[in-house]
Design a protein around this ligand. Structure first.
Ligand SMILES: CC(=O)[C@@H](O)[C@H](O)COP(=O)(O)O
Length: 256
């Protein structure tokens, strides 16, 4: 898929937080086959994760970094964080998060649109973490976003795809816009379901980082995303209310 002029092969993108160790993070990234990881500037740049060590591990993975503004609750904070990320990572890509509510961590969609306008005007290539609201999606595209990242469910819940209707509607309304489900995915089957809906990819963190075996789980997600994409391209059958025998009756067996 083409994102802001860059050809991206991987449809599974990973977050880099909450892994048991940097070595396991590296192994999970390799097992996932991803070529994009997202990094939170606010959470990872402190001393807690080793500062420079953490950056060098990420750089050593040889994947594209999509910095994010996780943990930002205001437009000002998100814009400043994005500007710092651009300097540090030498990229104009930014996954824009403006959190509006602490219990659900749901996006503040008003702040999100405002921040997207500011950042797009400043030359950023914005990947907005949004809800499944069609009107907000329109506003983000008007602001200059060329990719949308609607949530599956609140971050870290692992609930999967909470609003299938909303996600289907977004896909149907914006057939040409790359759509990546971001957040709330808990199991490989959720990722496969998103891909079967025709989504272009999924971004997840907690489901891999907090699994009993993150490396095996990363591989399982890779297979699920591939299977879901293949199923979408193969055009799944429609659901029906009425049963249809899969073995046509050509005649009845005659028993004496
Ligand atoms: C890492 C990151 O960017 C998260 O904010 C992202 O939304 C992933 O969410 P999950 O941890 O629910 O997969």
């Amino acid at each position: 898929m083409n994102l802001y002029g860059i050809e991206v092969a991987s449809r599974l993108w990973l977050g880099t937080a909450r892994y048991p160790s940097p070595a396991i993070l590296g192994d999970a990234v390799r097992a996932s086959g991803t070529d994009i990881v997202t990094v939170s500037l606010r959470r990872e740049s402190g001393t807690q994760r080793g500062g420079q060590d953490f950056w060098s591990i990420i750089r050593g993975l040889g994947v594209r970094v999509l910095p994010n503004t996780a943990g930002c609750h205001s437009v000002k904070e998100a814009v400043t964080t994005a500007q710092m990320a651009r300097d540090i990572f030498q990229t104009s890509w930014i996954k824009l998060e403006v959190i509006g509510e602490v219990d659900t961590l749901q996006p503040d969609v008003f702040g999100l649109v405002e921040a997207a306008n500011v950042l797009c005007a400043d030359g950023f290539e914005v990947f907005p973490y949004t809800t499944d609201d069609l009107v907000v999606a329109e506003r983000l595209l008007e602001a200059g976003c060329r990719v949308l990242m609607p949530w599956g469910a609140p971050i870290g819940t692992g609930m999967g795809l909470n609003n299938l209707f909303g996600l289907r509607a977004l896909r149907a309304h914006f057939p040409e816009v790359p759509l990546i489900v971001d957040a709330g995915i808990g199991r490989p089957s959720h990722a496969a379901a998103a891909m079967e809906l025709g989504y272009d990819g999924v971004l997840l963190n907690t489901a891999v980082a907090m699994a009993g075996d993150p490396v095996v789980m990363a591989g399982a997600f890779a297979q699920a995303v591939e299977a879901g994409r293949a199923a979408f391209l193969a055009q799944p059958m429609e659901c029906r209310d009425i049963a249809t025998p899969s073995t046509p009756l050509l005649g009845k067996a005659w028993l004496e």
